[in-house]
Design a protein around this ligand. Structure first.
Ligand SMILES: [Zn+2]
Ligand SMILES: [Zn+2]
Length: 306
């Protein structure tokens, strides 16, 4: 699957989530109602992205903006839904923007959620956007709902419930992996752990890769990472570890590591780590040479020359 398909599935997730929320909250007796519900729900689902990217127009992805964004859509929708109160139409539109768009984006990538009070971009990073485990059930729910005369809301409600359960599972899995990483890879200096979806633009539609995580531990002297699997079962299978003998100054901007050192700082590809007489040792490779470093004082390393 290529990058465009990912983007298409990502956008479709917003569309179908927005439409599902609208379907559950507003009446759909006539065909006119049905078309209005689905199209306005879909519109609310992608509304923030229609106002430009979050980088150029950060306000479009702020949690304070949906009531205003949804106002215009609600005004038009109210002209069609004559029997429903404006408050209910507006409230549903806000819900579709908030949950169908902002919540989903926040689970996947950085968004300036608190703009303009705080310009920081926040992200939970629990899912890969475009995940079919989210949009396929919603699509089935709406399709079944369209075919049912009796209780058309039920299949969509069940699909939304499924999505909520699935997202809860993913967030819990992330938390479990975080604690497993913390226990399995103790770091003697101040460190920062990142657990995020193991995203590559290369896995297929039917793949367990959508469920998998990777991890990264960043500290002054170490940078290590690897695959974590669905619940941490892959920890220790595929990983990499870089060691910086002189240490690096680490800065975090919006939760992203920003190295403050020059790119050609000497580093080793770690082969082995051990402790001897209370001292830590690191053996690693750089420029086809093997080096051994010993921690002589806390966070101070010296090369051991034989
Ligand atoms: Zn967006
Ligand atoms: Zn999005």
């Amino acid at each position: 699957m290529n990058a465009n398909m990912y983007l298409f599935f990502h956008m479709f997730s917003h569309v179908i989530f927005g439409a599902s929320i609208m379907w559950c909250c507003l009446p759909r007796q006539t065909w006119k109602d049905i078309v209005t519900t689905l199209s306005f729900g879909a519109l609310c689902g992608i509304l923030p992205d229609l106002f430009g990217g979050r980088a150029t127009n950060p306000w479009s992805h702020s949690i304070f903006v949906p009531p205003f964004l949804a106002l215009g859509v609600a005004f038009i929708a109210k002209r069609i839904y004559k029997t429903v109160s404006f408050k209910r139409v507006w409230g549903t539109c806000i819900l579709a923007v908030l949950i169908g768009h902002l919540f989903l984006d926040y689970l996947g990538h950085e968004i300036p959620l608190l703009y303009p009070f705080d310009h920081v971009s926040l992200r939970m990073g629990a899912i890969t956007l475009g995940d079919p485990i989210i949009w396929v059930p919603l699509l089935i729910g709406v399709t079944v709902g369209l075919c049912k005369k009796l209780k058309p809301r039920l299949p969509v409600f069940i699909a939304i419930l499924w999505v909520i359960l699935y997202l809860s599972f993913r967030i819990t899995a992330m938390e479990i992996i975080y604690h497993k990483v913390e226990a399995q890879y103790p770091v003697s200096e101040k460190s920062h752990i990142i657990v995020e979806p193991n995203t590559h633009y290369e896995y297929s539609f039917f793949s367990r890769d959508w469920l998998e995580y990777r991890f990264k531990i960043i500290s002054s002297h170490h940078l290590r990472g690897g695959y974590a699997g669905i619940l941490g079962e892959k920890l220790g299978t595929t990983e990499w570890h870089t060691f910086f003998p002189t240490g690096r100054e680490i800065q975090f901007i919006d939760g992203i590591e920003v190295p403050t050192v020059n790119a050609n700082l000497f580093s080793l590809f770690v082969l082995e780590e051990w402790t001897e007489d209370g001292h830590s040792f690191v053996k690693g490779q750089a420029n086809n040479k093997i080096y051994v470093y010993k921690e002589v004082r806390k966070n101070q390393w010296e090369e051991q020359v034989k």
